[in-house]
Design a protein around this ligand. Sequence first.
Ligand code: BTX
Length: 326
Amino acid sequence: MDDEILRLLREPSDSFHSGEEISRRLKVSRTAVWKRVENLRASGYDIEASRRLGYRLVRAPDLLTPSEIKPLLKTKWMGKRIHHFQTIPSTNTEAYQLALRGAPEGEIVIAESQEKGRGRLGRHWVSPPFLNLYLSVILRPEIPPSQASLITLMAAVAVAEAIERFSGLHPVIKWPNDILVENRKVAGLLNEIHSETDRIHFVILGIGVNLNMEKELLPKEIRGLATSLKMETGKSVSRKEFVPCLLGALEKCYTLFLREGGKPVLDAWREKARLKGKPVKVTSFGETLLGRAVDIDAEGRLILETEKGERKRIVAGDVEYKKERQ
Ligand code: BTX
């Protein structure tokens, strides 16, 4: 009913709605309306109450609930169903379970905080409450599993585009899926796939973006490695406005990928990664390689020229950019 009261208070926004009108339209008692208004206030909604005029929504909090996001959403199909949690172990785990139970493409899971936010290779993703975005999208692309990494590259492009459009910053993608601003990680992607040999059942696109994270909240060991939109621009950002911007970019990039294949994704990724010729250290399956990044191939693998002049294709791993030797 929170959703219904909020929808009603927003039509048109700024005007009063009498308790009687609300109780009639929602088919509940006036006491029930009053209780719900009190609950909404407790969640941060500023609702003015006047004996004569009724209730008026003065200001809504920056929450990532469906009632806050849906009025701002301009996508055709992505994010039309939002599963929202105050806190959850991991949005990816929840989305995976939903997808196993048959949830359709485009459903999303959002949490205000994660207790066990996950990075790649079992690493931890720092996920404090009410500051950032922790989002997982269910996708069901009809592509062979060999192309799954292109979905990761596509998502990295979409996240970088959304950050750029929203903040004016110019993020750079680091292979395979870190989004950096001034060389510090502002967003990360964790894509998990459920497939058989020839067919993908679903992909869970997990996206963490540091929006209003403060430096002091970052654990010491990643303080020099991580950043947020607020840390870079000096201004707080509206989380609920960022979500529609990101989902819009994702829907556009994913649709283009399904329609035109990998080329536009790879071209956009290359432009945002500026990878060619960079001296790198690559750690992959316990092996460390030094060399120069040459490019990515049609399947999103990193092509590396080692110091001995050998060409290697890296399927998975971590890249560190090295300083040019003088
Ligand atoms: P990754 O393995 O590339 O990066 C994880 C590493 O990044 C950590 O080991 C740490 O050094 C650093 N790190 C941890 N937290 C943060 C942070 N908040 N900001 C910047 N750096 C950090 C990247 O994995 C994939 C992250 C995906 C997170 C999303 S959130 C929604 C979804 N649910 C979930 O559990 N994970 C994904």
